[in-house]
Design a protein around this ligand. Structure first.
Ligand code: NAD
Ligand code: UDP
Length: 329
């Protein structure tokens, strides 16, 4: 049988590059499409010599031309760090709206199965806890986070419209906080910030009093969820996240412990509309995909700390973290 061919938009980013690697290892031919706004060619450098891999520099907010057969489209292009919501609000709105429209048009033209990378941010600052897919959310449409939240809510809406109206075979994954190798140290999100600060011996910047919660999942668990969802018949949105919930202060403490850093915590202002609590209800993923996260936070964070430490060391600084058993990615 001919190999499946997939397009991954946002493929030079953190999650996209991890997904590309997995698809190649599953025997796919893959096209990575990215405008490098928050991604990096370094994330795909090790794939360049693979004959099954192609990379196209393109902004998906403009018409997407992708010659040849396509079986699957993974639409992952979008900046995702809250630090970017104020910095580049209009590109975020455009990629969620126009980018999703173009990616859906391509999937329709090719008869390809389509997956949208949505987010737990569609639940906003949730009033229901944990969040199941039935919850409609609590989003401030005009706040600084609204550009991302509403773009993703629109993206879900247009995906379902293409599904109902044009019969596009679609999947929606609501991704909860994910971390792992290939996050940018200057990305601005909690885990890369804390790890980078810990390794450099700088204070860890806890926003607010650090009592807000997040549930953090390792990227390999997430990618496994994508593959299972793509192969399933589940058209409804599916939460993919690790339901073990931590306060931000606990995550900071864990990173200090695992990295062996003596950094202290400093407290800074809480960003506007920062969700107070977040934890996925993963009943649907368990029941329809037989999916559960496998990597505990201590293990995933240790692997990630080591990945960051190698890079900090290469640039001539940082502390050496404690030894761990697992691969460093
Ligand atoms: P990332 O910033 O590392 O990757 C995003 C990629 O999209 C980058 O390579 C960027 O250059 C590319 N991109 C942005 N605008 C583009 C455009 N107009 N055209 C082409 N490419 C463009 O972020 P990530 O964490 O890897 O997130 C990937 C996807 O997963 C995003 O859609 C994000 O909303 C979603 N998501 C991520 C998380 C998480 O915890 N990492 C949580 C929820 C949802
Ligand atoms: N956060 C923090 N210090 C940082 C970065 C983030 O305390 O240096 C907090 C942030 O306010 C939020 C949580 O950590 O409560 C997770 O933030 P992140 O940027 O990773 O993503 P979010 O879940 O808010 O989308």
């Amino acid at each position: 049988m001919a190999k499946k061919r997939a397009l991954v938009t946002g493929g030079t980013g953190f999650i996209g590059s991890n997904l590309l690697e997995r698809l190649l290892s599953e025997g796919y031919r893959v096209v990575c499409m990215d405008n490098l706004r928050t991604g990096s060619l370094k994330n795909i450098a090790h794939l360049q010599d693979d004959a099954a891999f192609e990379c196209v520099h393109h902004d998906v907010t403009t018409y997407i031309d992708c010659p040849g057969r396509l079986d699957e489209v993974y639409h992952f292009a979008s900046p995702a760090s809250p630090a970017d919501f104020e910095r580049i609000p209009i590109p975020i709105l455009k990629v969620g709206a126009l980018g999703t429209y173009n990616a859906l048009g391509l999937a329709k033209a090719k008869g390809a199965r389509f997956m949208l990378a949505s987010t737990s941010e569609v639940y906003g600052d949730p009033l229901v806890h944990p969040q199941s897919e039935e919850y409609w959310g609590n989003v401030n449409p005009i706040g600084v986070r609204g550009v991302y939240d509403e773009a993703k809510r629109y993206a879900e809406s247009i995906t379902m419209a293409y599904h109902r109206h044009h019969r596009v075979d679609s999947r929606i994954v609501r991704i909860f906080n994910t971390y792992g190798p290939r996050m940018r140290p200057d990305d601005g999100r909690m885990i890369p910030n804390f790890i980078h600060q810990a390794l450099l011996g700088q204070p860890l910047t806890v926003y607010g009093d650090g009592s807000q919660t997040r549930s953090v999942q390792y990227v390999d668990d997430l990618v496994e969820g994508f593959l299972r969802l793509m192969r399933s018949l589940e058209v409804r949105p599916v939460n993919i996240g690790n339901p073990v919930e931590y306060t931000v202060k606990e995550v900071a403490g864990l990173i200090l412990e695992l990295s062996g850093s003596a950094s202290e915590l400093i407290y800074e202002a809480l960003p506007q509309d920062d969700p107070k609590q977040r934890c996925p209800d993963i009943t649907r993923a368990r029941e329809t995909l037989s999916w559960e996260p496998q990597v505990p936070a201590r293990e995933g964070l240790s692997r990630t700390i080591h990945w960051f430490a190698e890079r900090v060391e290469r640039s001539g600084g940082g502390i050496r973290p404690k030894e761990i058993g697992g691969p460093t990615g």
